[in-house]
Ligand binder design. Structure first.
Ligand SMILES: *Cc1c(COP(=O)(O)O)cnc(C)c1O
Length: 373
């Protein structure tokens, strides 16, 4: 604020450089949101209008709007029961009627194998864009998400792992995609348009294409730069909180814990999503209401997009989503953020254990351990 420069300027450039280095990408372009990042990244692929762009039905609606706004047809894909992300089988089925690009989401922060996704869709990896709104800090094969596909889109929305309030970033190793994204984010004006306001800058600009207004501000970037320094510590804290939930919920019948990544992959733990299954003896909705009465507020990520009235018009006639439909009845996002305390995790776990109508399994695992000791 004291610099007198509030909108896009040197703080954005510095944040871009630092975030690109953090994720291991060559280029980064700061934008106003992840939704704008996805629209810009998909447009940067230069597909013919009305191309078929595949993505998971279990994602935030903004990611589907981004495909529509880029001038294409979203093709929703059913998910795998364990990861809640499209599997080679569901992708191949959706791609049977054609696939021109794929927007892959690393659901909850669990990395999805991108080469496998591309192969299943019959696409080169250069036609894959990542929705990494949950995945800053996710590692796949020992490398951070940010440079695996044509372009990776991050979110700095208030609830995300690197929160600014609002904001997004596109990272890529492809210079032409970075250049196009820089123009598209600011009315299609030639690169570094903001410099025209600097002393000695030229007032002339040229409009090269149909860009949008989606630039990041220096105020956002200044906050993001401070938070980026904290991020690795926050991620370690999230890992410990996830482990505490795993331990606290272990053995409750009908409570299924989130999938763990394999090998040298690392979960970013944006969300901690359990499944409330038949054996629990109570529906997800009933449990959610019971927890809310006790001041434990949960959420559901996400309502499958194929059930949304507006997106219905894009569905292939034979498209079915049996796994997503079933999972939607069961998924429950527990309170999860880096400042959550272990005592709060225990309180949530105890409340879930106590709410179960299945009597013989009552009693806290922690309490039992104390008795045994
Ligand atoms: C939050 C979110 C987005 C949108 O991010 P914004 O920065 O709010 O536009 C996109 N996809 C997923 C999966 C999200 O969770």
């Amino acid at each position: 604020m004291e610099s007198g420069w509030v909108t896009t300027g040197p703080e954005v450039t510095a944040f871009e450089t630092e975030l690109a280095a953090w994720v291991g990408a060559t280029y980064a372009v700061g934008v106003s949101s992840c939704t704008a990042a996805i629209e810009i990244a998909v447009r940067a692929l230069r597909l013919p209008p009305n191309s078929r762009v595949l993505t998971s039905t279990i994602t935030f609606c903004g990611a589907i709007h981004a495909i529509v706004h880029a001038g294409h047809r979203p093709v929703l894909v059913d998910v795998d029961d364990a990861t809640l992300m499209p599997s080679p089988g569901t992708i191949a089925r959706a791609a049977r009627s054609g696939a021109d690009a794929f927007v892959a989401v690393h659901y909850a922060g669990h990395g999805t194998p991108l080469q496998e996704v591309a192969d299943a869709a019959g696409l080169p990896i250069s036609r894959v864009v990542e929705d990494a709104a949950h995945a800053i800090g996710t590692e796949i094969g020992g490398r951070r998400v940010g440079s695996f596909s044509a372009a990776t889109c991050f979110s700095f929305y208030a609830t995300k792992n690197l929160p600014i309030g609002e904001g997004g970033m596109i990272t890529t190793n492809d210079e032409s995609i970075a250049e196009r994204a820089r123009r598209l984010r600011i009315h299609g004006m030639t690169a570094d348009a903001w410099k025209r306001y600097l002393p000695g800058g030229s007032w002339r600009y040229s409009v090269a294409e149909d860009g949008i207004k989606a630039n990041m501000t220096d105020i956002q970037a200044a906050i993001g730069r401070v938070h980026l320094k904290e991020l690795e510590g926050w991620q370690r804290r999230r890992e410990m909180l996830a482990a505490a939930y795993d331990a606290g919920l272990a053995g409750i019948p009908g409570i299924r814990l989130p999938a763990r990544p394999e090998g040298d992959s690392r979960h970013a733990w944006h969300l901690y999503v359990i499944r409330v299954q038949r054996d629990y003896g109570m529906s997800r909705d009933a449990l959610m209401a019971r927890l809310a009465e006790q001041g434990v507020h949960c959420s559901v990520h996400f309502i499958p997009n194929h059930t949304q009235p507006y997106f219905g018009r894009f569905l292939d006639v034979h498209a079915r989503f049996p796994v997503a439909d079933r999972a939607f009845e069961e998924i429950l996002s527990l309170p999860f953020y880096h400042s959550l305390t272990f005592a709060e995790v225990e309180r949530v776990c105890d409340a879930i254990r106590a709410a179960s109508p299945v009597r013989e399994h009552k009693g806290s695992a922690i309490g039992e351990a104390e008795v045994v000791a």
